[in-house]
Design a protein around this ligand. Structure first.
Ligand code: AMP
Ligand code: MG
Length: 409
C-alpha cells in the first residue's frame, strides 16, 4: 500500500480515502463459527445466514379477544345471535367451526377452520350460551395470517450482523436455540508516554493520568471485542518493543496511543519499523492528523495520536471501521444525518474538521472549546459534525452529523 498514490497536493490524505485504504488493507480475521445459546448471543457477530424452517405465525390466529365466526352466517344488520359452540384459549387446538355458530376465542389462539373473521368482544354481547353480534365485520377481520411475520424458508438474519436483542428474539420465534457466531476479535491497547500515571496514583511533576488507556479499552469493548492487553509503555525503544511483541503474540489487532509524531520521544514508529512494517500517515483531519498503520508479523497495528480528543475522533473515523472489517461485520461505517448547524465557522480550514456538537432544538450546538486536549467536549457532546475543508458554515446551513451511538456500534 502506498500512501503517495492517495495523498493530495498538500501531502495529506483525505479522510474518506484514508479510511478506504485502511479497509482495503485488512480482511475478516477469523471466519470460523461457534454456537452460543440465545442468552449469550447479544452483541456477538452472526457467522452464517439464518433460515426459518417454520412460518411465523405458523397458523392463522386471533388478534383479539372475541368471537370467531363465518361472515356468511351474519347479516348486514346488527343483532344476529349465534350459539357459542366452542371455547378456544391460546395454546389449544380448535375443532372446525360448526356453521351457524360462533367460537369464543382469545388473542393468539388458532382461528378454527371454517371461521373467516374474529369479532372483538367489545362489539358483542355475551348471552347465556349465545352471543349477540352488535357490529358486523368483514371477512379476514382481526385474523393474523400464517406467515405474516416470517415465511417458511425465508432468510431472517444475514452473516456479519451484530446481534441485538430483537434479532435474537426473531431467531427464537422460528425455534432456533443456538446461534452461530464468530469468535470475538482480540485487541491489545498500549498507551505510550513517560508522563503517564494510572488513576489512583499521585501525580509527580509533569505527570498526567492515563485517560487514553481506559478510553481505548471502553471503545473496543463497546464494538464487541475482547480486550487482551492493556498497558502503559514508557518512552524507550526497549519498553516499546517488548510491549509490542507481547501484544502481537495474543492480539488480532494492536492499538497504540501517542508516540507517533516526529519528536525524538516518539518511539512507536521506530520500534514497529524494526519489528515489522509501518507507514506514518498525515490525514487531513482535525482533530487528528498523524496516524500510523502497520503490521507486526500477521497482526495489524493502528497508532493513534496521543491527544485524547484526537484519539477519540480518529478511533471513531478510522480504527472502528477497521475493527468491524476484521470482525467480519456487514456494516463498516455509518451514514451521517443532515442536520442544520446552530453554530458558525467563519475561518475555512485546510483539514476536514469534526466538531463536538450537541443536538438542541433541531440544531447542532458546538462545544465552545474544541481543543484536541479538551476531553470534556466529548462528554458534553452527542456526536460529531463534519465541516469540510475550505467550508464556511453559517447558522442554518445543513451539515453532516454522526451521533456517538451511530459511530460506536
Ligand atoms: P504524543 O502523541 O505522545 O506526543 O502525545 C500528545 C499529547 O497527548 C501529550 O500532551 C500527551 O501528554 C497526551 N497524551 C498522550 N498519551 C496520553 C494518555 N494515555 N492519556 C492522556 N493523555 C495522553
Ligand atoms: Mg508521547
Amino acid at each position: 500500500m502506498s500512501t503517495a498514490a492517495a495523498a493530495t497536493g498538500n501531502g495529506m490524505l483525505q479522510v474518506e480515502e484514508a479510511r478506504q485504504t485502511l479497509l482495503d488493507a485488512v480482511a475478516p480475521r477469523d471466519t470460523s463459527s461457534e454456537p452460543v445459546s440465545l442468552d449469550a448471543a447479544e452483541g456477538r457477530i452472526l457467522a452464517e445466514d439464518l433460515t426459518a424452517t417454520i412460518a411465523v405465525p405458523s397458523w392463522d390466529n386471533s388478534a383479539m379477544d372475541g368471537y370467531a365466526v363465518r361472515t356468511a352466517d351474519l347479516s348486514e344488520d346488527p343483532g344476529v345471535e349465534l350459539p357459542v359452540s366452542q371455547y378456544i384459549p391460546a395454546g389449544q387446538a380448535p375443532k372446525p367451526l360448526r356453521s351457524g355458530t360462533a367460537a369464543r376465542i382469545f388473542t393468539g389462539a388458532p382461528v378454527p377452520e371454517n371461521a373467516d373473521a374474529v369479532i372483538m368482544q367489545e362489539n358483542c354481547t355475551a348471552l347465556d350460551g349465545r352471543v349477540r353480534i352488535d357490529k358486523p365485520v368483514e371477512a379476514g377481520a382481526n385474523i393474523r395470517a400464517a406467515g405474516e411475520d416470517i415465511r417458511q424458508g425465508a432468510t431472517i438474519l444475514t452473516a456479519g450482523r451484530r446481534l441485538q436483542p430483537q434479532d435474537i428474539a426473531l431467531a427464537a420465534s422460528v425455534g432456533i436455540p443456538q446461534l452461530p457466531v464468530r469468535r470475538p476479535l482480540r485487541i491489545a491497547v498500549l498507551a505510550t508516554g513517560d508522563e503517564l500515571v494510572p488513576p489512583g496514583e499521585t501525580l509527580g511533576a509533569g505527570q498526567i493520568h492515563d485517560s487514553n488507556g481506559p478510553l481505548m479499552a471502553g471503545l473496543v469493548r463497546r464494538i464487541g471485542c475482547e480486550l487482551v492487553h492493556s498497558c502503559r509503555v514508557a518512552d524507550t525503544s526497549e519498553a516499546t518493543r517488548e510491549a509490542l511483541n507481547s501484544a502481537a503474540a495474543d492480539a488480532d489487532l494492536i492499538l497504540t496511543s501517542g508516540g507517533v509524531s516526529v519528536g525524538e520521544e516518539d518511539h512507536v514508529k521506530a520500534a514497529i519499523e524494526s519489528l515489522g512494517s509501518l507507514e506514518l500517515w498525515k490525514i487531513a483531519v482535525k482533530p487528528g492528523k498523524p496516524l500510523a498503520f502497520g503490521h507486526l508479523g500477521n497482526t495489524p497495528l493502528i497508532g493513534l495520536p496521543g491527544n485524547p480528543v484526537s484519539l477519540f475522533v480518529t478511533f471513531l473515523l478510522f480504527a472502528a471501521p477497521v475493527i468491524r472489517r476484521l470482525q467480519g461485520r456487514d456494516t463498516l461505517f455509518p451514514k451521517p444525518a443532515p442536520v442544520p448547524a446552530g453554530f458558525e465557522c467563519d475561518k475555512p480550514g485546510k483539514r476536514e474538521e469534526y466538531l463536538r456538537v450537541r443536538l438542541s432544538k433541531g440544531r447542532l450546538e458546538a462545544f465552545p472549546k474544541q481543543g484536541s486536549g479538551v476531553l470534556s467536549s466529548a462528554v458534553w457532546a452527542d456526536g460529531l459534525a463534519q465541516v469540510p475543508a475550505g467550508a464556511r458554515i453559517s447558522p442554518g446551513d445543513v451539515v453532516d452529523f454522526f451521533s456517538f451511538s451511530d459511530l460506536v456500534f
